[in-house]
Design a protein around this ligand. Structure first.
Ligand SMILES: [Fe+2]
Length: 258
């Protein structure tokens, strides 16, 4: 794990928790509550400045599932910014996570950085897209900030991640999104969930990141979801005041046998 840079913005990106109203429910053969709980000690020890929750927090959009995730992540003791995924119901979710893109793009400045959250979901659809109005409001938000660097978060992947099972359900108008991203050279990172594995690519100076899931991950570059036996994980990010992006993955500590 990288050592915290002085004055870096430290973010834990938690994604695709898929918690259900029934705490005993199975998700791809795993238990969502148990796997998220396994991550909490390492997340607390990492001590982030903020937690970024990038969608599919719930499997069934139930109030009970959001309430339990809010309590669990609340034990980290850091502000939580949240955005919805295709499994979520924004009207219900925002009752438990106050800070997010509930009435349009959401932005919050920390030091040199602006953190922007976008809602890429479309009611009733697994794929994502942005309306022209949403992109224009995104542009207005960027212009209104004097931050030196920007990270943008959304649920759906705007680039293929080489996994057919989920690339069928990507951000459909990624070209329009990247047109707006490309206009502002302060954008140094775009981070999403949805893909259930650690994906990283740098394109035109922008770090593109797909987050692993806190319940079940797939091995990368697979046709079908293929359970990664390394278990649940989440992404850490250190955004330095000079615009550098460092990142990696946190996993639960393995129990010693003796
Ligand atoms: Fe999703």
């Amino acid at each position: 794990m990288a050592k915290a840079g002085k004055n870096s913005l430290r973010i834990l990106q938690v994604s695709d928790c898929h918690v259900s109203a029934d705490a005993k429910a199975s998700y791809r053969g795993q238990n969502a509550d148990r796997n998220l709980k396994k991550l909490l000690p390492v997340m607390r020890a990492w001590d982030p400045d903020l937690v970024l929750l990038t969608g599919d927090v719930s499997e069934d959009a139930s109030a009970a599932s959001y309430a339990r995730v809010a309590v669990m992540l609340g034990t980290i003791g850091s502000p939580i910014l949240a955005l919805p995924g295709n499994h979520d119901e924004p009207e219900v979710m925002q009752q438990h996570f106050r800070h997010g893109p509930w009435t349009g793009p959401f932005g919050k400045e920390w030091g040199e950085w602006l953190v922007v959250l976008l809602d890429s979901t479309e009611p009733g659809r697994i794929s994502g897209s942005f309306s022209q109005q949403e992109l224009e409001r995104f542009d207005v938000l960027l212009r209104s900030s004097t931050a030196r660097f920007i990270i943008v978060a959304l649920h759906h992947q705007p680039v293929p991640v080489d996994a057919r099972w989920i690339d069928r359900y990507a951000l459909e108008n990624a070209g329009a999104f990247f047109n707006f991203v490309g206009r502002d050279r302060r954008i140094r990172c775009v981070a999403w969930g949805h893909v259930h594995h650690d994906f990283r690519e740098v394109r035109d100076g922008v770090t593109l990141l797909g987050a692993p899931s806190s319940v079940a991950n797939s091995l990368p570059r697979t046709e079908r979801f293929t359970l990664d036996l390394d278990g649940p994980s989440c992404r850490w990010l250190e955004l330095s005041p000079d615009g550098t992006v460092e990142t990696g993955v946190l996993r639960p500590k393995r129990r010693s046998r003796n």
